[in-house]
Design a protein around this ligand. Structure first.
Ligand code: TYD
Ligand code: ZN
Length: 420
């Protein structure tokens, strides 16, 4: 590993130990996607780190080229789980799946790694389930505790696992929702998890599905926090190396397409459902094991960039006013990787209070509260929060009805026409 500042170059695959990497795409040096800034006269001190992806030719893990020090990324983490309608429903569904398929019901004990403000654990609590959260972000742990979700302010490790098991007993379920892709030492986490599991215990992780990302050209989901992009086959390799096996997978629509993967001890209670082999066969058919699939992804990024930039600049030349809808982390990759900036988008509107009044990392585009956006200020919204497109388009009927339009960046740039 070589280090530049607080970023370390990846040389060894965190799943299989391989070192034969296919370079996929590089976006250059970018600021952290969740590092919103106070408006300032000078942004010279804004830290930037290399952002790009490579693919392990042995196990086909897609990984970032560089890992930013987690102490820099997570100790005061601004990200809070969205309490959107879609997310609330999704979390409820996770509780149901765990209950229906694996008997995680009233009286069970559930531990969540990366529990954030505790929204998922709250949903478990409503079903009478005992919960414990573990999250390293001190500011966020405070919020969770105030909501009545007991949370340990820590990174998860073999040591944390041992002390939790001793104090609280073995959990029926250890859950990591959209956290596993953020962790460099995944072997350490899986080892810690294994040490806590009884034969009927389960480890469930929810990660963005690499097949969905590649198929729908979701290149903007690549940012410094997302170290790994997983398929089921790669996860099966990882778990096998640590005495676990995948027993079930559910595909889910959140975050551009995700998978909820359940693993148990290799010699544990749970039988493997046929869906696991079906998905692995589907990944082979899609070409996850071939260099060409990743080469195509890089080509698709280049053409989306060109199309999106020319669409937006064309509209600007016609005097149209374009505003970003949402200021998600992925939006910052999209704008910075495509070279879009203040000349293209006047501002972004976002419902998250702490982002309002700040400027986006890299582009320094200001963020405003939706309530402060006047109707005549926007001709086109660039839908940066496209993972909520259904909910947002429904909510913005009035904007569409008065002649407004939405630009969708993926799978290829398109315009949702006005309904005026
Ligand atoms: P999120 O889904 O958390 O994406 P990422 O992981 O890429 O940060 O971010 C969605 C953002 O969009 C969040 O800042 C809230 C914002 N948002 C709106 O402004 N309006 C909306 O109607 C919705 C659903 C989200
Ligand atoms: Zn590998």
């Amino acid at each position: 590993m070589t280090s530049t500042g607080n970023a370390t170059q990846v040389t060894t695959c965190r799943v299989c130990g391989g070192q034969d990497w296919q370079p996929v795409v590089s976006f250059g040096d970018l600021p952290l996607a969740d590092s919103f800034l106070e408006p300032s006269d000078s942004y010279d001190a804004e830290p930037r780190y290399p952002l790009g992806v490579i693919c392990c030719r042995s196990c086909r893990l897609m990984s970032l080229t560089h890992v930013v020090d987690p102490e820099v990324l997570y100790r005061t983490y601004p990200y809070t789980t969205s309490d959107s309608e879609m997310m609330t429903k999704h979390m409820q569904r996770v509780v149901e799946i765990c209950g229906d398929r694996f008997g995680v019901t009233a009286g069970s004990f559930v531990v969540e790694i990366g529990s954030n403000t505790g929204s998922q654990l709250k949903a478990f609590q409503k079903a009478g389930i005992r919960t414990l959260g573990i999250d390293p972000a001190l500011n966020i742990v405070e919020v969770a505790r105030r909501r009545g979700v007991e949370t340990l302010p820590d990174f998860f490790s073999v040591e944390t696992a041992a002390s939790v098991k001793e104090k609280y007993g073995a959990p029926r379920l250890i859950l990591g929702r959209h956290v596993f892709a953020h962790i460099d030492d995944i072997s350490g986490v899986v080892e810690g998890v294994r040490s806590m599991l009884d034969p009927d215990g389960l480890f469930a992780i929810e990660v963005p599905y690499v097949v969905d990302m590649l198929q729908r050209n979701e290149f903007d989901t690549i940012y410094h926090e997302h170290l790994s992009y997983f398929g089921v086959g790669t996860l099966a390799t990882l778990f096998e190396r640590h005495g676990l096996k995948i027993v079930d997978v559910e595909r889910l629509p959140v975050h551009g397409g995700s998978i909820l993967v359940f693993a148990g001890l290799a010699d544990g209670t749970w039988a493997t459902r046929p869906i696991v082999e079906e998905l692995i066969a589907g990944e082979r058919a899609f070409g996850l094991d071939k260099d060409g699939t990743y080469e195509q992804f890089a080509l698709n990024f280049a053409s989306i960039k060109e199309e999106l930039v020319s669409l937006i600049r064309g509209l600007r030349a016609d005097g149209k006013r374009i505003v970003g809808y949402g200021a998600p982390a992925k939006g910052n990759t999209l704008l910075n990787a495509c070279g879009l900036g203040l000349d293209d988008l006047e501002f972004c509107s976002d419902t998250t209070e702490f982002k309002q009044g700040k400027v986006l990392p890299g582009t320094h585009i200001p963020v405003r509260a939706p309530s402060e956006v006047a109707v005549d200020e926007v001709d086109y919204y660039l839908l940066l929060a496209w993972n909520y497109s259904e909910e947002i388009l429904k909510k913005e009927q009035a904007f569409l009805a008065k002649g407004g339009r939405f630009i969708l960046p993926n799978p290829t740039p398109s315009v949702v026409p006005s309904q005026a």
